[in-house]
Design a protein around this ligand. Structure first.
Ligand code: ZN
Length: 299
């Protein structure tokens, strides 16, 4: 693994096809010591695969289409048809759509959901398959945690309370009571030895402000920027607390929302974060032993 990683780093400036081949070697030659977090380039939406050193897998969101299937085929071992945990940050189409086919085709160990109950066709279909396949469901709530191993843990920081969030059909944005579905996003911090990454779904600055109560505990090596780099997320006070060395933005090329916004990008610059974007960089792979971390870009 170490040797192959070195080879990769030397080859990084050569050409695209070599980069892909070496990447494949690194993955297939995995010796189980590294945590890998891969942000898939699947268009305008989120889909992030986590592979633990003990080969447990967690898929956070599935993107706006079925590209996630091709990506899972690429990054999971050839015959692997299992994903241990599927975590849906919130039920918007750009996060849930790809998960429908994942649930159909993969053996999924458990599903973690936010409490939001959005009455859209795609989310109803998702829930129907979860029920038909009898997949255990956990509703995420701040204070819960997933213990992958002694030194690898995912702490849920938001939403504050599970359940009781019902939105009208076709209401992709605001539901009754003015609650924004984005703000029900599961926000969690994944920690492995000295490494940490904060994953925020589509939470806006309203939630970011509330998260400031975590103070120093927000500090993370890497931040998955909220809501595809929208101007309503990545507030400066939040970024200062998180103080990320690198920021990942999951965003589609030429999307109709204008994500990532120039305002969010300039705030990221103010805290000296190196920014990675799936629209420009392709798949972005973070690989870490918990002490040394490398970030690889596909393009
Ligand atoms: Zn989204």
């Amino acid at each position: 693994m170490k040797l192959e990683t070195k080879i990769f780093l030397k080859a990084a400036s050569i050409i695209f096809t070599i980069l892909i081949v070496v990447w494949f070697l690194v993955l297939s030659g995995e010796d189980g010591k590294e945590l890998e977090i891969i942000s898939f380039d699947i268009g305008q939406g989120d889909a992030i695969l986590i592979k633990t050193p003990e080969n447990q897998t967690m898929l956070i969101d599935g993107g706006p289409n079925n590209k996630v299937l091709q990506k899972l085929g690429q990054y999971l071992p050839a015959l692997a048809k299992r994903v241990d945990i599927v975590l849906l940050t919130h039920p918007h189409a750009d996060h849930v759509t790809g998960l429908v086919e994942v649930l159909k085709r993969y053996d999924v160990g458990a599903v973690i959901l936010t409490g939001a109950d959005l009455k859209t066709d795609v989310y109803s279909e998702f829930l129907k398959i979860v029920e038909e396949k009898n997949i255990p469901v956990v509703i995420a709530e701040a204070g819960e945690a997933i213990h992958f191993s002694d030194n690898l843990e995912f702490d849920v920081l938001s939403p504050e309370q599970a359940g009781d969030l019902v939105f009208n059909k076709k209401s992709e944005g605001f539901g009754s009571g003015g609650n924004d579905v984005n703000d029900t996003s599961v926000v969690g911090k994944l920690m492995f030895n000295n490494f940490s990454i904060l994953l925020t779904g589509d939470a806006t600055s309203k939630i970011e402000n509330r998260l400031l109560i975590y103070g120093e505990n927000l500090k993370s090596d890497i931040l998955k920027a909220g809501h595809h780099g929208s101007k309503y997320s990545s507030s400066l006070s939040f970024l200062k607390f998180v103080s990320p060395k690198a920021v990942i933005i999951e965003v589609g090329a030429k999307n109709r929302y204008g994500h990532p916004s120039p305002a969010a990008l300039s705030r990221l610059k103010m805290v000296d974060s190196e920014t990675f974007r799936t629209d420009l960089d392709g798949d972005i792979k973070i690989s870490t032993d918990g002490f040394t971390t490398n970030i690889y870009k596909e393009k």
